[in-house]
Design a protein around this ligand. Structure first.
Ligand code: 9MJ
Length: 678
C-alpha cells in the first residue's frame, strides 16, 4: 500500500471512530457494533505504530491512556468554577425564586433551565483551535488538577470540536460539566471487585472520582466513565453564542459535539420547576445514572449577569436536593444468611434509620473481605447507603465514634443453619455452606426460587409459607410441593380452608409450564431467565439438553465456557437427576408443550430487539417479554438506535419520547398481539 493511501486510511479511521463516539454519546444512536469499533481501533493503532511520525494528540488512539510521572500538576481556572447553593425543600425553592424575582425586578413568570444534578466530578475542558488541549478538575474553584490525559480516555468527551451549522467553532472554548459513571458500569466495577475480593467503591461518585484522578490514565480508560456538559466558561470570539438563553447555549454545546442530558428542559413558569422536581424524583431510580437533585438556572443570560455571584455561588441558580441516599446509624449485630447456592452473606442488623424515605434496619456486608476492609465492629457507628432497587449496604465506619464495648465480627466456620463445614474456594471472595440440599436454608431458597414468579409461578406460595413447609419436613424437594393436600395445608397457622384449596389449585395449575421456565426453576448456577430461554429454544427438549456436551452447550447464544460447565455438571449430579425424575414423572408431574428444536438463527424474531413500555391491557409486560423471547427476540430496558421497535401501551413516557427522537418504529398493543399470533 502506498504511504498516501495508508495516510488516507488513517484519517478515515480517526474520523469514523470519533463519529461513532458522537453518535453513541451525544445522539444516543450507536452507528456500528462495538466489535467493529474495536477492530478499527486496533487498525488505527497498528498504522500509528508503523508510522510514528503520524501520531497526534487528537487521535482516538490517545483514549487508551498512559502512565504519568510524579503528580497531577495544578491548573488555575481563569473564570472561577463555582458551586451551587442548595434548596432542601419546596419552600426553599419558592423562597429562592422570590428572591430572584425581586432582584431582577421581573414581575411575570421567569424562564428557567432545569437540569438533573449529576453526582460525579465537575471538570473543565479547554479547546484551542477546536482541539482539546486541557482537562482539569474543579479543585477549590480557583485551582484544580491537570487531568488532560485522563479526560482523553473518556469517549463521551470530544477530542476535537465539530463545526456548527454555520460551519463555525470558537478559537478558544472552555466547557464545564460532570464526569460520572453509569449505575450499570458502577455495578459491574463492584461485582468484579467483590468477586476478586478487592476494594469496593462506596458509591458511583467515589468510583468516578477515584477513576479520574489517576496518575495512570490507562486505569481511567478501563472504567467506562461518562460525561454531560452543563455550562460554558470562556468563549472567544463570543459571536457564535446565543446571548439570551442558557438552554440555547447547551444546544450549541451539543452541536459542537458535547453530550447534554436529555432531561434538560426549558421551563416557562416558577410552578413548572416544582412539577419538574417531583417528576424527576419519581423517576430517580429508573435513570441509568445517579442524580442527587435537580438544578434550576435562570435561562436569560442578561439576567444572570445582572444578578452575579455571592461568595462562591451564582445568585441565579439553585440545586434542589433529593432526599439523601446515605445515612448514619448504629450496627447492633451481624447475622449470617445462607443463600440458594450456599453462599453465606453477613447481614448487618441496624438501629432503624430512614434512608431516602424508607426505614432500613438490615443491610448487607457482602463477605468476609468486605468486613475486614471496612474494619467494622459490632457497636460501630456506620454509614448506610440505599440507592435504587439495590439492597442497602454498609459503606463506611465512623471510627472516631467507636464505643468502648465494641466487639469483633466473627465469620462462622460452620453453617449457622445445618452446621456443615463452610468452605471458601481459593481465589473467590464468597464462603459457602457445603451442606447442599441437606442444608435447610439452601432447601428453602431452592423451593422459593422454584415457585417464584419467573419460574413455576405458584400463586399464593409466599416465602413464609415455604419456610413453614420445610421446617415441618413436609417439603424436602420441589416435587413434594405437588403432594400437598388441602386438609394438611389448612392445619397451618393463618391458613384457612379456602386459601388451602386455592393453593392446591395454584400448584396444580403451575405444573403446566414451559421448558424455559422449568429450566430456570431448577436454579442452575448462572442460568437466569434469558439463558434458560436460549437453552430451551436451542435444544427443544429436556432430554436433548441433558444429553448435550459442554461443546454443544457453548453453541447456544450467551452461553460461554463457565455457564456450559455449570449446566453440564448440574445434569451429571445424581441428586439433581433424581429431583428431575421426581418432577417429570408420575401422576403429578410437571409438563410443557414440546417445541421443535431450533438453533437461534431459525427463530423468526432472532436478531430483533424490542422495548415494551406503558401499560398493556391484554397481557402483562412480563408475558409479552416471555413470548417475544421464545421467538428469539431480545427485550431491552431502554431504547437505542439498535432497537427494532417499541411496543407502547397506555401512559407510555420517556421511552416513547426517546423512540420518537431516534425514529425507532412505534407499535400499538394490537400490533404486538398480531405479531405474537402470527
Ligand atoms: C450538575 N452537577 O449536574 C451545575 N450540575 O452549574 C449542573 N452542576 C453547575 N449544573 C453551575 N447540572 C455550577 C455548577
Amino acid at each position: 500500500m502506498s504511504t498516501d493511501s495508508l495516510y488516507q486510511e488513517l484519517v478515515r479511521l480517526r474520523e469514523t471512530l470519533e463519529n461513532h463516539n458522537y453518535n453513541y454519546y451525544v445522539l444516543d444512536n450507536p452507528s456500528i457494533p462495538d466489535a467493529e469499533y474495536d477492530r478499527m481501533f486496533r487498525r488505527l493503532q497498528e498504522i500509528e505504530q508503523q508510522q510514528p511520525e503520524w501520531q497526534s494528540a487528537q487521535s482516538p488512539s490517545q483514549r487508551v491512556g498512559a502512565l504519568a510521572r510524579g503528580h497531577l500538576p495544578e491548573v488555575a481556572h481563569e473564570v472561577p468554577m463555582l458551586s451551587l447553593d442548595n434548596a432542601f425543600n419546596e419552600d426553599e425553592l419558592t423562597a429562592f425564586q422570590q428572591r430572584v424575582q425581586e432582584r431582577t425586578g421581573v414581575t411575570g413568570d421567569l424562564q428557567w433551565c432545569a437540569e438533573p444534578k449529576l453526582d460525579g466530578l465537575a471538570v473543565s475542558l479547554l479547546y484551542e483551535q477546536g482541539q482539546l488541549v486541557r482537562g482539569a478538575t474543579r479543585g477549590d474553584g480557583y485551582q484544580g488538577e491537570d487531568i488532560t490525559a485522563n479526560v482523553k480516555t473518556i469517549r463521551a468527551i470530544p477530542l476535537s470540536l465539530r463545526a456548527n451549522e454555520q460551519g463555525e467553532f470558537p478559537e478558544r472554548l472552555e466547557v464545564r460539566g460532570e464526569v460520572f459513571i453509569s449505575l450499570a458500569s458502577f455495578e459491574r466495577m463492584n461485582e468484579k471487585a467483590l468477586a476478586q475480593g478487592s476494594k469496593l467503591f462506596a458509591n458511583p461518585r467515589n468510583a468516578a472520582a477515584g477513576s479520574l484522578r489517576q496518575l495512570d490514565s490507562r486505569i481511567t480508560a478501563e472504567r467506562s466513565l461518562d460525561f454531560y456538559a452543563y455550562a460554558m466558561g470562556e468563549v472567544t470570539p463570543a459571536r457564535q453564542l446565543d446571548n439570551d438563553s442558557h438552554y440555547a447555549r447547551l444546544e450549541q454545546l451539543r452541536a459542537w459535539g458535547f453530550p447534554v442530558s436529555r432531561e434538560t428542559k426549558r421551563l416557562t413558569t416558577n410552578q413548572a420547576c416544582i412539577t419538574y422536581y417531583r417528576d424527576l424524583l419519581a423517576r430517580r431510580d429508573a435513570l441509568p445514572y445517579e442524580i442527587d437533585g435537580v438544578v434550576f438556572k435562570l435561562d436569560a443570560i442578561a439576567l444572570q449577569e445582572q444578578l452575579g455571584f455571592v461568595a462562591r455561588a451564582p445568585r441565579w441558580a439553585v440545586a434542589q436536593k433529593f432526599p439523601a441516599q446515605e445515612q448514619l446509624t448504629w450496627l447492633r449485630g451481624v447475622d449470617f444468611q445462607v443463600g440458594r447456592t450456599g453462599a453465606i452473606t453477613p447481614v448487618a442488623r441496624l438501629e432503624p434509620v430512614e434512608v431516602g424515605g424508607v426505614v432500613v434496619s438490615n443491610a448487607t456486608l457482602h463477605n468476609a473481605d468486605e468486613i475486614e476492609r471496612l474494619g467494622v465492629r459490632i457497636g460501630d457507628r456506620v454509614t448506610i447507603r440505599r440507592a435504587g432497587d439495590v439492597i442497602p449496604q454498609v459503606v463506611g465506619v465512623v471510627v472516631d465514634e467507636r464505643p468502648a464495648n465494641s466487639s469483633a465480627v466473627e465469620f462462622p466456620s460452620r453453617c449457622p443453619v445445618c452446621d456443615s463445614a463452610v468452605e471458601r474456594v481459593a481465589g473467590e471472595a464468597v464462603s459457602r455452606c457445603t451442606g447442599g440440599l441437606f442444608c435447610g436454608a439452601q432447601r428453602k431458597e431452592a423451593i422459593k426460587h422454584f415457585a417464584s414468579r419467573k419460574a413455576l409461578d405458584v400463586d399464593g406460595l409466599g416465602d413464609k409459607l415455604v419456610e413453614m413447609l420445610v421446617d415441618r419436613d413436609w417439603v424436602q424437594h420441589p416435587a413434594d410441593l405437588f403432594k400437598l393436600n388441602a386438609l394438611q395445608l389448612a392445619s397451618l397457622p393463618r391458613m384457612g380452608q379456602k386459601s388451602a384449596e386455592n393453593l392446591v389449585n395454584a400448584l396444580a395449575r403451575s405444573r403446566k409450564t414451559t421448558l424455559a421456565r422449568f429450566l430456570y426453576s431448577l436454579g442452575i448456577r448462572e442460568v437466569g431467565e434469558a439463558t434458560a430461554q436460549n437453552l430451551a429454544n436451542y435444544f427443544g427438549s429436556l432430554d436433548a439438553l441433558m444429553a448435550a456436551s459442554e461443546e454443544q452447550l457453548q453453541e447456544v447464544d450467551d452461553v460461554g465456557v463457565i455457564v456450559a460447565a455449570h449446566v453440564h455438571n448440574f445434569f451429571r449430579e445424581p441428586h439433581n437427576q433424581e429431583v428431575i425424575n421426581m418432577l417429570t414423572q408420575g401422576e403429578r408431574a410437571v409438563y410443557w408443550p414440546e417445541v421443535a428444536p431450533a438453533n437461534a438463527a431459525s427463530l423468526d424474531l432472532a436478531g430483533h430487539t424490542y422495548v415494551l413500555t406503558g401499560t398493556l391491557e391484554q397481557m402483562t409486560r412480563d408475558e409479552a417479554k416471555e413470548q417475544l423471547q421464545a421467538r428469539g427476540a431480545k427485550v431491552a430496558g431502554s431504547v437505542s438506535g439498535k432497537t427494532t421497535g417499541v411496543f407502547a401501551g397506555a401512559n407510555a413516557g420517556s421511552k416513547l419520547t426517546r423512540a420518537e427522537q431516534l425514529g425507532v418504529p412505534i407499535y400499538t398493543e394490537a400490533e404486538l398481539i398480531k405479531l405474537l399470533e402470527s
